[in-house]
Write a protein that binds this ligand. Structure first.
Ligand SMILES: [Zn+2]
Length: 325
């Protein structure tokens, strides 16, 4: 995969092309971004280009012996380090020296989840970065770059992957997943610009059912006339869901679409424009805003605290019902 085949991140592509073309790339590069944002694809494209023997344009040629070896996952001068268990350990960093002790030619070591290096491993890497062997490049990938030693960060050229445009993610889903435009459009909106998240949703066979259940719950809550018995039963069944966090997100989007339509009447801004309009029910903005706040608060409490899920969900549903009653 070359830079030109990767979607989005145009400023990063231009910068790397320029640095490689004029041989200004640092021997240590950090690529940071949330899970699923494409760090590995960018790291691999960078490694392939560094090792390419005909990359005068700043792009890998994909034809030279090095590019062909790289594409077949069989490049002797490319080495990937990933955590051994939960950590990257000092012996793994030391193994780089042993592996790349021979002089001459370019060599690339890609380190995944660099933030989980132990303090000893970080010190060992720092020693290598302070006096880097000729031709050896490090590409560090990280979701949490702030957890890296400042002394390591300061020796890296640092790049951050930004969320992709919805249209780009939609096109990816249509071309790579053979998905229809309507579903690709919904998943692109739910992906928050992260391609890995869009692929995860695309492969989730329970997604369509979950989306319908969330919409059905939103409709019944908006009716404002659910009995207390049914509300408590619903809270129990929600508490037992393994996909509760994703379900609450979809529930939140159902109310969010209602809010958007009340506010600006522009269905291009809806997460799910093809759905029967929850928003034509004439609900008031404060009730919709309150429902969204309640769901966000509940999601936060569920993720950050060790609360009783059932009690928390009962409270959320009862308070929402009161707002719509
Ligand atoms: Zn090449």
């Amino acid at each position: 995969m070359t830079f030109s085949k990767l979607i989005g991140q145009d400023p990063l592509r231009r910068t790397l092309n320029r640095l490689l073309k004029y041989d200004r790339l640092s021997h240590a590069v950090l690529i940071a971004g949330p899970p699923g944002s494409g760090k590995q694809a960018w790291g691999q494209a960078l490694a392939m280009t560094i090792l390419c023997t005909d990359s005068a344009s700043g792009e890998a040629c994909i034809k030279c012996p090095s590019c062909r070896q790289f594409a077949s996952n069989n490049h002797p001068e490319y080495f990937v380090l990933e955590p051994d268990g939960a950590k990257l350990k000092i012996d793994q960093i030391r193994s780089i020296r042993n592996r790349f002790h021979l002089a001459g030619g370019k060599k690339v070591c890609l380190i995944k989840q660099a933030e989980v290096m132990t303090a000893e491993a970080s010190s060992s890497l720092l020693k290598i970065l302070e006096e880097p062997p000729e031709g050896l490049y490090f590409i560090l990938l990280s979701e949490q770059p702030r957890q890296l030693f400042e002394t390591i960060l300061s020796r890296c050229q640092r790049y951050y992957l930004h969320p992709l445009k919805q249209e780009d993610i939609k096109d990816l889903l249509i071309s790579n997943q053979a998905m229809n435009r309507e579903k690709a459009s919904i998943l692109a909106r739910l992906s928050r610009g992260i391609p890995g998240r869009a692929y995860e949703l695309a492969e989730d066979e329970t997604f369509d059912r979950r989306r319908e259940e969330a919409e059905s719950l939103a409709i019944s809550l908006m009716s404002g006339d659910e009995s207390a018995y049914h509300l408590l039963e619903k809270a129990l069944s929600l508490a037992e869901r393994e996909d509760l966090s994703s379900f609450l997100e979809l529930l939140c989007y159902a109310f969010r679409d209602g809010l958007v339509m009340n506010y600006c009447r522009d269905d291009r801004l809806l997460i799910d424009p093809g759905r029967p309009s929850l928003h034509e029910r004439g609900l008031e903005m404060p009730s919709l805003e309150a429902a969204i706040c309640l769901i966000n608060h509940t999601s936060y409490e569920l993720a950050a605290t060790n609360v009783n899920r059932r009690l928390l969900l009962e409270k959320m549903l009862i308070m929402m019902q009161r707002r719509f009653n």
